[in-house]
Ligand binder design. Sequence first.
Ligand SMILES: Cc1ncc(COP(=O)(O)O)c(C=O)c1O
Length: 406
Amino acid sequence: MTYSPSIDFPAEVNWAAFVRNGGIAEDRLVGSRGETELPHDQSLFVTRPALPPLHELMPLLEDIWSSRVLSNDGKYHEAFERELASYLQVPHVVLVSNATLGLLLALRDSGMRGKVLTTPFSFVGTSHALTFAGLDPVFVDIDADTLNIDPVRLEEAMDETITGILPVHCFGRSCDVDSIAVIADRHRVPVVYDAAHAFGVCDEGGSILRHGDYAVLSFHATKVFNTFEGGAVICRSEESKRSIDLLRKFGIVDETHVELTGLNAKLNEFQCALGCVQLRHVDDYIYRRGQIDARYRQLIAEIPGLRMLAPASGGKRNHYSFPILVEPGYPLSRDALMHKLRAHGVVARKYFSPLISDLPMYRDRPSAAAHNLPVAQRISSSILCLPMFPDLSEQDQQRVISLLHH
Ligand SMILES: Cc1ncc(COP(=O)(O)O)c(C=O)c1O
């Protein structure tokens, strides 16, 4: 049987120009930075993956093709892991095939058993990782300014049955890491940070990934830094790096020794090569996100009823998301505004609504009750994330702003 592709490849592609333009067809290019402007009949999504010029990747792909080393820790794996640790300024990095598996490995290595305190205001993968690891999520309310787990509520929820903490640096904004460390130390429980949104974020002391026993990054297509899919676990010690390293490759030490019960969470050579190339560009991606963030702040400040989160103070931000809160002073409800935007081709998203704690598999537990999570409930019913990605043109951003005016 011959294979016939079910995808329609474009019949007439000028491949030389396509490669030169970093995978963007010539007729879609606007401006000197390769900025793209979407035609007005085309939807503007909340995010759009950032990709490097394809021609920078091609020599690495040719090398992989000729070497036939595709996975299991080849030279691009070695290079990406080393360059990533150097970029992030953290000593112990393990590459994994996505953040969900990274969380599973970190949770397993942390020794948590039973109940774990976590936030309901996150992507569902955060709690699913706990459940899949055989742990029991207990929801704690969030802080209205950071949208991260509230340390006061965290301390209140602590008792002798709690075996760990899984906070999230939501939208790349740092948790109150110092208070969380004090609580964790006092109760002698490990902390695994879900840092899926937090690539490149620093506080005054350096990368926020140095906090906790483990921090887990996602390199999913929608993130600030992507390898299509992928992730990394940042470990506090050489010892935990070694065990996460073994856990991600079935626990295999060598041909005759299997030391741990692991699984397959390896990142392949293609993705590692892409990661090396993406690292050359990520500062530019973050810089462009910063410019978009500044423009939104200036223009939305004039619109009554729309509130923005205060910019995080100190260190380096990554501008992963641009959430707004639709407050009672605004003439439309959050959902009505979202539908108005969609009717005009702007696909803003309600991150995170519903709350994880309101999903069928979690809503019956006592900690999921609405009265236990009043801040998360309020934020979840008023939040809307606007388009935010490095090649969002000024014109397209202006289009979003015009629609927010009433
Ligand atoms: C907060 C959070 N945690 C975990 C994940 C899962 O990441 P991955 O898709 O790399 O498994 C995501 C993904 O979007 C996320 O936003």
